[in-house]
Every structure is written in C-alpha cells, then in structure tokens.
Design a protein around this ligand. Structure first.
Ligand SMILES: [Ca+2]
Length: 246
C-alpha cells in the first residue's frame, strides 16, 4: 500500500514540478471490492444524470479521490458484478452524511456512466456504492477517460499514513488557496484548494505568511489568509498552530 501511495505521490510530483505527463495519458482505471468492511452512508437517490435527494437506507461505499491535468469532458464508466453498484461524482469535497452537497452527477442506469466537465486543481470523488437492498457487495471497476491525465490522490483518509505532529490542528479554507511546494514556490501548473475544504495544519513558516498543511497525502504550504479555524464537532474552532516548522 505504501509503495502504491509513493507511486501516486511521485506521479503528482512529476506532473506538478516537471510538467511531464505520465505515460497513461487520458485514461486510467480503479478496481475495488465493496463488502461489509466498507463504511456506509445514507443512500443518495439518483435521477440520471443527477443526484436528486438523500434517503436513509445505509449503503456500503468506497470513494476514489482524483484530479485531472486538463480541462474538458471526462467519462467515468462503472462495471460491477451483476451491475450491483452505482456511482456518484462529487466536486470539491465529499461528506457522506451530507450526500447532496457537491454531488454533481450520478448514474444508476445501464450502462453506468458519468460524463462531466472537469477542471485541474479541483478535487473530485468518484463514489461507488452498493445499489442493492441485500448489500451483498461485489467487485467493481471504474474506467476514467478524458483529454487530460487522471491523477489519483490515494484513498480518502490516506493522511493517517503520514507522521502527523501532535501539535497539528484541523483548519478550514475560508478562500480558494493557491498551493505552494515551499513558501514562495507556487505549484506549476497551479494547484488550488477550494474554499470550504478542510485540512490538518502543521505550523507556519519563519516569515509567518504560510501555513504548512497535509493535502492529498503530502505536506504543502498555503497563504495564511486562506485558512481559519475548523468549527466542526472535532476541532470546535481550535486556534491554528503558531509554531514555526520547516
Ligand atoms: Ca472495500
């Protein structure tokens, strides 16, 4: 697993630092298994191609975080054991308890396919769920294709694999944040984190102008003015760290 994460991280670095596109330009696929070990969310009802409302029936799901390297129309094709699974697309962030928020597309018809216009610098979540009452699960494959590269940010929650200092505090983006590899060194092509997302804040730089945060399984920097406290139930508006880190 760690090797896979490193490979993804390396692909991101190659693209962002060197502007080089991976060999698999324009298409990529992810496979998975939905079963009782997966988390559940209240089902979001679908009127293809839209999400139409969140119900209460708990369904097992897996979320696939991905980015694209070029603007344009992308296609997500879902195949699964006996067509047991259906798919949602979330833009910017994904909160399973608040499933209508940011749900920009969904399909439960056959074939299961989402066609949507995507942009670089935005996080997308392809959420595959068990669309059967029995919740018996099965195997699935999502095939991604489009004009740019598809970059996987790793499984949701991969930040737990990074060494997180005990002083880290959850913060929330109050404005769209340009991402820096180092203080003063913008990512190129520019990566932007949209207002409303949340991230762990590690500390600030010596100049006091940037926060160091964890984002997509890596440490990056954002302008301090783009972040504020996270007022959720976990962080409850805790002040962001003022310690200087490198
Ligand atoms: Ca699973």
């Amino acid at each position: 697993m760690k090797t896979l994460l490193r490979a993804w991280a390396l692909a991101l670095i190659v693209v962002l630092v060197f502007g080089v596109l991976p060999a698999s330009a324009g298409s990529a696929s992810r496979t998975g298994v939905l079963d009782a070990s997966d988390p559940t969310m209240p089902v979001v009802l679908i009127s293809p191609p839209n999400c139409s409302g969140q119900g209460s029936f708990p369904v097992h799901y897996e979320s696939i975080l991905f980015y694209v390297s070029a603007s344009g129309t992308y296609t997500l094709d879902l195949t699964s054991t006996g067509e047991f699974a259906s798919i949602y697309l979330y833009q910017g962030s994904f909160d399973p308890a608040n499933g209508m928020a940011n749900c920009v597309a969904g399909d439960n018809s056959t074939p299961k396919q989402i066609v949507y216009s995507l942009s670089p610098g935005t996080a997308y979540y392809a959420v595959v769920f068990d669309d059967q009452f029995a919740q018996a699960g099965g195997d699935y494959t999502v095939q991604f294709s489009g004009p740019g590269d598809i970059l996987f940010g790793g499984p949701a929650g991969c930040d737990v694999l990074l060494p997180i200092p005990s002083t880290a505090v959850g913060g929330a983006f109050v404005a769209d944040a340009p991402v820096y590899w180092q203080p003063g060194e913008l990512t190129n092509p520019l990566m932007t984190i949209k207002a409303g997302n949340t991230a762990r804040v590690i500390g600030q730089d010596a100049s006091g102008q940037y926060y160091k945060i964890i984002w997509v399984c890596d440490f990056v920097w954002v302008p301090k003015a783009t972040m504020g406290p996270n007022y959720d139930a976990v962080w409850n508006g805790a002040p962001l760290p003022t310690n200087v880190v490198e």
